[in-house]
Ligand binder design. Sequence first.
Ligand code: ADP
Ligand code: MG
Length: 253
Amino acid sequence: MILETNNLTMKFGGLTALSNVSLKINKGEIRGLIGPNGSGKTTFLNVVTGFYKATSGSVNFNGADISKELPHTIANKGLVRTFQNINLFPHMTALENVLTGSFCRSKDNFLLSILPRKTQEEKRMTAEAENILLFVGLEKEIHSKACNLPYGKQRLLEIARALASNPEILLLDEPVAGMNEQESLSVAELLQKLQKTGLTILLIEHHMRFVMSVCDGLTVLNSGAVIAKGTPEEIQNNDEVIAVYLGKRHKKC
Ligand code: ADP
Ligand code: MG
């Protein structure tokens, strides 16, 4: 097991956003975390990565309690997230954005890295960042400014930047939101390719077909509580899930 939460509870004043959430993620799996809007998915990610401190409960990463650690310490340990909304440096190139991820774990100064004279370490990191961009399929966009990339490619760039921090587990908050089917398919392929390299992934997502096609296991939240866990097939056939989540979505369509 790589990540385990025990009875994680998060209260905002009178609102309980997470209620005794216990979740286990095995090394190498793609685990989906689904649930209706406002069910606590992003809050879960914020607590696990140290952006919020839980009201109670614990988070264990590789057997160590990380509940009291700061976000950058947690990221350095190998738990790396993306955000629900695009969070790039818009006027930096794709390469420079990825380098900001690499420099999280370097002793070198990021600003020095964009100067023409480079140290050996900076050259190594630049080559690594280029390889990551190649891996995610952005090799043609290396020197394009982030703000000039189409939306789907900006989201891929966010994943590339997260990969540059060398994660053991990647936590993605709605990576295909707003993408068309073709773009979603390329992200699904990318996640499967990443899984083959040994990476563990926690995927928060609304797009049901996408989630069902890439996840090994799913956990379903409703009003901050876990209401179901299982394989995609089990979840698709779970009456409570159908009632609170799939049912609602179907009605909306
Ligand atoms: P999801 O990601 O599943 O849509 P969220 O985790 O964003 O849900 O939100 C869960 C609940 O917690 C919502 O009712 C939301 O309004 C509330 N919430 C989230 N973050 C905060 C915050 N910083 N302060 C107060 N309430 C919050
Ligand atoms: Mg959210």
